[in-house]
Design a protein around this ligand. Structure first.
Ligand SMILES: [Zn+2]
Length: 207
């Protein structure tokens, strides 16, 4: 799998285009904006886009989701709990251009789907938002705003909860193999092993 990172939208979220070379199939993770740059990258890869995948519903991750979904005529996958905030038009949960006829499909931990031949494992990690998801493909974890290089997601927004977030990270992410590469929604990449030992939010015993 080839992964292309694009700093997209007002907060320069890490938008990832994941391209399965054998079937030339791709998906777009967290397109926060800059649809033109994303479209250009897709064209360069000569990829067939199958879906837009969201880690959560915050506006800086969803900005171009509807535009791209319409352009490629593909669904947007999101957890239902975050979609409820978007439907309520909560301040931070905005999906530009969202209307009832947009092709939204809900995902949770039981969801199974593929990109090309590669299975995508959906991991429910509430805490930053109530419907936060991480995605594991091969040895790559897309961690959204749940886990960052040396940090964790904010929990002071609506739907956030600090204890829940720590629980999600400890029980769902730190149990993964240490060599798994973590690609977060903001900042640089890391590994599960590195976060296990170096992340100050997860290692209180050091203080
Ligand atoms: Zn967020």
């Amino acid at each position: 799998m080839k992964i292309k990172k694009i700093a997209a939208g007002v907060l320069a979220v890490n938008c990832y285009i994941c391209f399965e070379e054998q079937n030339k199939e791709a998906f777009i993770l967290d397109p926060g904006g800059d649809a033109d740059a994303i479209l250009e990258a897709i064209k360069e890869l000569d990829a067939k886009v199958s879906f837009v995948l969201l880690t959560h519903g915050h506006f800086d991750h969803t900005g171009a989701a509807v535009e791209l979904s319409k352009y490629f005529n593909v669904p947007i996958y999101i957890n239902k709990k975050d979609m409820e905030f978007i439907e309520k038009r909560d301040q931070l949960f905005i999906m530009n251009g969202y209307e009832n006829d947009i092709n939204i499909l809900f995902i949770d931990e039981a969801s199974t789907f593929n990109i090309g031949k590669l299975p995508i494992k959906c991991i429910f990690t509430p805490g930053h938002t109530s419907g936060g998801m991480c995605y594991l493909i091969d040895n790559i974890l897309f961690s959204g705003d749940t886990l960052f290089d040396g940090s964790i997601g904010r929990t002071d927004f609506v739907g956030g909860n600090y204890e829940t977030l720590l629980g999600s990270i400890r029980e769902k992410l730190l149990i993964l193999s240490e060599d798994i590469v973590v690609l977060p929604g903001h900042g640089s990449s890391t590994t599960i092993g590195r976060e296990k030992t170096h992340n100050p939010f997860l290692n209180f015993s050091e203080y």
